[in-house]
Design a binder for this molecule. Sequence first.
Ligand SMILES: [Zn+2]
Length: 226
Amino acid sequence: MGRIYLPYYSFLEADFKKYIDEYTDRGFTMIPVIPNITKDWNDFTIRRNFDKIVKIADKNGISIGNLGWIQSFVSSGVDVFGDYGLNLINSADFLVAKQLGLKEAVISHDTDTSLNEIKNIDFHGVKAELAIDGKIPVMTSAHCLLGDQGLCNKGNRENSKNYTAEDLICQKNTYYLIDKMNKKFRIISNYKKCNSVIISYRMNKNRYMPKELGLNTINYLRSSGK
Ligand SMILES: [Zn+2]
């Protein structure tokens, strides 16, 4: 069975416990993720719940996309994996990852990374993960993009505990940015803090790489954002 990566704050929510338990029972390994951008609300929430998050991560490790949070979690003794926000492209990057104490890390989602480049990376003992399927995130915005279009009904509920993801139109519906070539880029909103991730219109081009790469190079394959 595989892993499922979920935002760390889902693990802190009573509402999500049933899903996490269900998928754990089905044999998936559930891994909390510290996002690439953590300023303001995320930094505050991580700091406030640090011990709780460490306890959760103690089981299966934690994936971290933000350089600033690596040291604290490595020091706490949990297994830390580098997420795509670290943009690890080459052997030198993986050497730094190793020195920072990362056990595993995702190879950059940079779409220019070629098969040959990946084959030649020295991972320095860090287990490597490669995104091969799905649509990769192309941009993270601290901004509420849907709110700009009048599609955010969070309003003054922001600081209230009395709403769930189901109350928010940004979570019930699916929204896209459409460019002049008519390509659709999905917008995924963080229901907690309104920031947005924009997902590429195209399927990952690394899709057929694993066979050619050989199994000893890459430890994990990732299917990202549908
Ligand atoms: Zn909003």
